[in-house]
Design a protein around this ligand. Structure first.
Ligand SMILES: C[S@@+](CC[C@H](N)C(=O)[O-])C[C@H]1O[C@@H](n2cnc3c(N)ncnc32)[C@H](O)[C@@H]1O
Length: 224
């Protein structure tokens, strides 16, 4: 939906196609997979632990497209408390205090992101948001797209590497438990991480680029 650190919107089309009419993303973020398949799903359930991310979703889902397009364009140097402005530049909630100074990157990237949101927003009005833990998702027959913060792989400082940069980061996830929980979901399951993660027996891979355009491999496990 919106730009989000670790979002899968660019890769969404490369993952297996959903085979169920309900899509559940229990680590929602900006829900790149569900947004990509928004017109194929009768029901979409998003679970997200970060309250500020949930509030942003709720605000957007209640906002007419005209109102979104009329939001003031942020200018570098001014103060803002709009998370959408910070997200335009790839910030996470952990990097973003309630009020922050708009950078030139945020100012440049806000309008293209806003246009992209405006294109899909009306087709996402049926999305249901749950503020909670991934384990709160109902275990119903669905296509599950499970995209947790990347498991630590030992490279770099844990709070600066990919899965460590969220307010609710990989440090709080028990990946053995996540493995059992993932395998017990009903329906089609697609779970992903980066190469080097070992909490599942991956059976697919995708070439990807991170926000700094560095190449890496995304791995996934699918059970139909
Ligand atoms: C890799 S991101 C998901 C990106 C998403 N697939 C997208 O396209 O934007 C992981 C998300 O899981 C959330 N999260 C972390 N721990 C969680 C938990 N225990 N339950 C639910 N969500 C959690 C983080 O706040 C973050 O938004």
């Amino acid at each position: 939906m919106f730009k989000f650190y670790g979002a899968k919107h660019r890769l969404a089309a490369l993952y297996p196609v959903p085979t169920r009419s309900v899509i559940i993303e229990p680590f929602a973020g900006a829900a790149g997979y569900a947004v990509h398949w928004r017109n194929a799903a009768d029901r979409v359930i998003l679970v997200e632990k970060d309250e500020r991310v949930v509030e942003l979703w709720q605000r957007l889902l209640a906002m007419p497209v005209d109102e979104l397009l009329e939001l003031p364009t942020p200018e570098a140097g001014e103060r803002s408390s709009d998370l959408l402005v910070a997200f335009a530049a790839g910030r996470t909630t952990r990097d973003t205090p309630k009020t922050f100074t708009v950078t030139s990157r945020m100012a440049e990237r806000f309008n293209p992101m806003r246009r992209r949101i405006a294109e899909s927003l009306d087709e996402c009005r049926h999305f249901e948001l749950v503020h909670g833990d991934y384990r709160d998702a109902p275990n119903i027959e669905a296509t599950w797209f499970i995209d947790p913060p990347y498991q630590p792989t030992g490279v770099g400082r844990p709070d600066r590497t990919r899965g460590g940069r969220y307010t609710h980061s990989n440090a709080n996830i028990d990946y053995d438990e996540l493995n059992g929980w993932t395998q017990s979901r009903r329906g089609q399951v697609i779970a992903c991480d980066q190469e080097g993660a070992d909490w599942l027996q991956w059976n697919g891979a995708i070439a990807a680029q991170d926000t700094s355009s560095r190449g890496y491999r995304e791995v996934f496990w699918e059970r139909c």
